[in-house]
Design a binder for this molecule. Structure first.
Ligand SMILES: Cc1ncc(C[n+]2csc(CCOP(=O)(O)OP(=O)(O)O)c2C)c(N)n1
Length: 688
């Protein structure tokens, strides 16, 4: 492919569409208060339109950012959608839920535009997941036609300072994946100069010696150079299946967003930028290469007419329906109980079917610990479904620092069970990209505390179904151990499960025994929503948590608590390691309690708790997480509201004080909900 292979008519059309659209927004729609949030791409059009014109493989994907509209238009984004979204109208790619520059396009008729996000840098690692999925699906699952597709990511010069950029760079160059970075260097990250984002202000120069990465550096306003370098880079990534980075210098012929007056740029600087206007340069280039002036003019007129129509179509769209606002946080079901499956992402969108499940565990057989129950569950799901991938730090060769994945790499190979680089953002972002490409990622975060660097990806993965109005979802499982062990400490013992209950769109389960661990893990792995699977360190090999392996078809439905002890005097709600402590506290204290093991915190089983309260009229909630705004507060508020008339005593919580978990066992036990502490609260409530 070379410069002459570029469809210049198409490029010119898309460049003009983008430029004229920015102008109509800036000059009419924003001043009229019709467009609510405007980000111009003026100055960036040429490179995006050329690159977009080269992305013709149906399995190509683009992970873009707010200044990527020329690319999106080139890939087929309808102009009316592009205009209606910043007006917050119904329909389109988010149904009025997200700012208009945050777009997505399922890949049914061509390349996929992965769900975009507002966080700078968050676009990189999901695109790495897509690239890995291309590699995986052509190598392992033998899907035909993926061996020329590539994953393309766009970012600005500011974005090269983000964790996401470096995490993705590391993944794709280490694994040598078909991934193309396009860095549009307009010299500013909002107002911050490029020199403060990377030393010397040129990321391409700094990366020349990076292994497995081919670098292209050029002028994004010069049509010949853009065409030559873009074609070469795309061809190389397609054919060599190896990453490349293109950096193009472009002017930003506008403020960062509509309300930015660019006071940080000098007048001369702004004038110099306009001298490099790529639209003017494209026109001259085409005229020099045989276009009549009249042809350019006619094209511009045609585009203007098309745009005028699109503006009217966007204006005539209705306002989104407030009744629908709460829909699509999780999978919705229609009146017949059928799931409304997203257009793209996860196994259900791929049409994968599962064997029938059973709700009764097998009760015979040797007792296994939680580690073994999970290992067998993973093994079976890997066996029946080649779209399942298991990965994380030390998960492959070693079999996990908690031994949950032991032997799985040997059995299923390094493609399916693998070690990752040490980047939690990379683990979760990559998982999202794998899920968008139709796979089921089951990732391990070595300890719950170490999910911190992945927070952005966790949140974006959780909200994606809602943000895209059910066009995309990224079902996955994140296993993460935490909680106290023989000793505690602020790093390995953190629970803080409540944090994830504010992560919109995530299910969260927290088993207390081996049978539940197997049943909940299977449910999570076959769910159409993402799930955090909490493993309590002290339970992994605890004797009391062992059970016979409940069988390969056993599931515990999410959101169903279990009544593990029955008694009439007190309702106790607990999960994880606190279940056994509560049982012992009651048994040794001779107390008759309904002990409810919640098992699943999102969703949680209010009915079982309220039913029990009807019988006992007293309730204690016990958790290892900190007291303030712990999940006990939520349960307690729910009971105070829905069960107020049932209560004969105040609801009590036993929880950690608001401090990190101490290391010294004496210190730790001085603050943990111990059996004795739990028992004394039970007593107080019973005597109230
Ligand atoms: C994680 C994050 N931090 C800060 C912001 C606020 N912000 C939005 S755009 C931007 C500058 C990005 O600059 P660059 O990557 O060079 O892209 P450009 O706008 O120049 O195209 C900043 C700081 C954000 N959206 N996300």
């Amino acid at each position: 492919m070379s410069h002459s292979d570029i469809d210049w008519e198409l490029v010119a059309r898309n460049v003009l569409r983008s430029r004229l659209m920015d102008e109509v927004e800036e000059e009419k729609l924003v001043p009229n208060n019709e467009t609510m949030y405007q980000f111009s791409a003026k100055g960036h059009e040429l490179g995006q339109a050329v690159l977009g014109s080269l992305l013709t493989d149906p399995w190509d994907a683009v992970s873009a950012y707010y200044r990527s509209r020329p690319m999106l238009i080139t890939l087929g984004l309808p102009l009316a959608d592009a205009l209606a979204a910043p007006m917050a109208k119904s329909g389109g790619y988010s149904n009025g839920r997200d700012i208009g520059v945050v777009c997505n396009m399922p890949g049914s008729d061509g390349p996929t535009v992965l769900p975009m996000a507002g966080d700078v840098g968050s676009q990189y690692t999901p695109a790495a997941g897509w690239a890995q999925a291309l590699w995986y699906r052509s190598k392992v699952t033998d899907d035909a036609g993926l061996d020329r597709a590539i994953s393309v990511v766009l970012g600005g010069d500011g974005s090269v300072a983000t964790n996401g950029f470096w995490s993705a760079l590391n993944i794709v160059s280490t694994l040598d994946l078909p991934y193309l970075f396009y860095i549009e260097d307009n010299r500013y990250g909002l107002s911050v100069p490029a020199e403060l984002q990377t030393p010397g202000g040129n990321i391409a120069k700094n990366l020349y010696s990076y292994k497995n990465l081919r670098i292209y550096d050029g002028d994004g306003t010069d049509p010949k150079e853009v065409a030559g370098k873009m074609s070469e880079a795309v061809t190389r990534v397609r054919e060599k299946r190896s990453p490349a980075l293109i950096r193009m210098q472009v002017p930003r012929l506008c403020g960062h967003a509509i309300h930015d007056n660019q006071a940080y740029k000098s007048k001369e600087m702004i004038e110099q930028e306009w001298e490099r206007d790529p639209v003017a340069r494209l026109k001259s280039h085409l005229v020099e290469n045989g276009w009549e002036e009249a042809r350019w003019k006619a094209l511009k007129k045609e585009v203007q007419e098309e745009l005028d129509e699109a503006v009217e179509a966007a204006r005539s769209r209705s306002e989104p329906d407030p009744e629908e606002t709460k829909k699509h946080v999780f999978t919705e079901y229609d009146k017949e109980g059928n799931p409304e499956i997203q257009q793209q992402g996860g196994l259900y969108a791929e049409g994968v079917a599962f064997p029938d499940v059973v709700l009764e565990p097998e009760r015979d057989g040797q007792r296994v610990n939680i580690v073994e129950a999970e290992r067998r569950t993973l093994e079976y799901e890997l066996e029946i479904n080649d779209k399942v991938l298991v990965f994380g730090e030390d998960v492959g060769r070693k079999g996990g620092v908690h031994a949950v994945t032991q032997g799985l790499q040997r059995k299923f190979g390094e493609e399916r069970v693998f070690d990752t680089s040490l980047s939690e953002e990379g683990i979760v972002g990559r998982a999202a990209g794998l899920a968008y490409a139709g796979l089921m990622p089951v990732a391990e975060i070595q300890f719950r505390k170490y999910a911190d660097p992945a927070t952005e990806q966790i949140h974006n993965c959780g909200t994606v179904r809602w943000r895209t109005a059910n066009r995309f979802a990224a079902p996955m499982v994140l296993r993460m151990p935490g909680g106290f062990a023989k000793v505690g400490d602020p790093w390995h013992s953190l629970c803080n499960e409540v944090d994830f209950l504010h992560a919109v769109g995530w299910q969260l389960v927290f088993p207390s025994n081996a049978a539940d661990a197997a049943g909940l893990l299977r449910s999570a792995m076959r769910s159409n929503n993402p799930t955090i699977f909490f493993e309590h360190r002290n339970l992994l090999d605890a004797k009391h948590a062992r059970c016979p392996y409940p069988g390969d078809d056993y599931v515990v439905p999410l959101g169903e608590a279990e009544l593990v002890e029955e008694g009439s005097d007190l309702t106790v709600v607990a999960w994880g390691a606190m279940v056994e402590r509560c049982r012992k506290a009651a048994e040794e204290g001779g107390m008759e309690i309904d002990l409810i093991d919640l098992r699943s915190l999102m969703p949680w089983d209010r009915e079982t708790v309220l039913q029990s309260l009807e019988k006992t009229n007293r309730c204690v909630i016990v958790h290892e997480d900190a007291m303030t705004a712990g999940f006990g507060s939520e349960i307690s508020a729910t009971l105070a509201h829905e069960g107020f008339k049932l209560l004969d005593a105040p609801i009590r919580r036993v929880a950690m004080p608001d401090i990190p978990v101490p290391f010294n066992p004496k210190l730790m036990n001085s603050v943990m909900p111990t059996k004795d502490r739990i028992q004394s609260v039970f007593k107080e409530v019973l005597e109230f």
